[in-house]
Design a protein around this ligand. Sequence first.
Ligand SMILES: O=C(O)CCC(=O)C(=O)O
Length: 227
Amino acid sequence: MIVKRSVKEQFDQEGYYIMRQLYTEEEVEAFKTECVNIVKANDTGPSGVLVGMTLRSPLFKQATVKPELVEALREIIGGHIIFLSDKVVLKNAATDFGSPWHQDHPYWDGSHKFSVWIALDDAVKDNGCLRLVPGSHQQGTVSHDGEVADDLGFDNRIDRQYIAEEKIVDFEARRGDAVIFHDLLFHASYPNVSGKERWALITTYKDGTKEDPDYEWAGAAFVVCGG
Ligand SMILES: O=C(O)CCC(=O)C(=O)O
């Protein structure tokens, strides 16, 4: 007998929860077009990352409060949810490196955060899909003294000895697919060797009942529900 696990059970066990086709083709096309326009007018720097999309266009607020997403977040986080910030991540021929293995929590400290990685292009191994280690969030914060010999902007990297190669799951996604993940989950992405662009949007939330510092990067924070 197959026992269907709840969203919360899946998230607690794996440290992530996948939502296939969360956004329609029309929504994704509109988000991506807006991302392209905004990135053309701004510099992502060497990392291919631009933070603060909701500050730049109301379209992205729509993405952050998509009802099906908020419903899943309520199951995972609880009834009081605060949106903190979002960013676009572009990998292309000039920015073709994979993001190194890391946890998000060492960048932020404070209460645990929950991010949603949203595919704005189909993402496969060749163009830099996300890689996840199921259950790794249960290890707490691990050493982040992985080598930093470049200026790619990921200063907290997990020492390779902590990555169990045989457990890695590649999250190959169709555009419109999304994955909610815990800020202690080990994750990375493949280099983009396709020569084509790979766009993704990442939105971050927290439990509004938990205390945190005033993050300077969370200038567009708002209450999603509860409070
Ligand atoms: O989109 C990617 O390639 C990975 C981004 C990522 O892991 C992050 O920004 O924390």
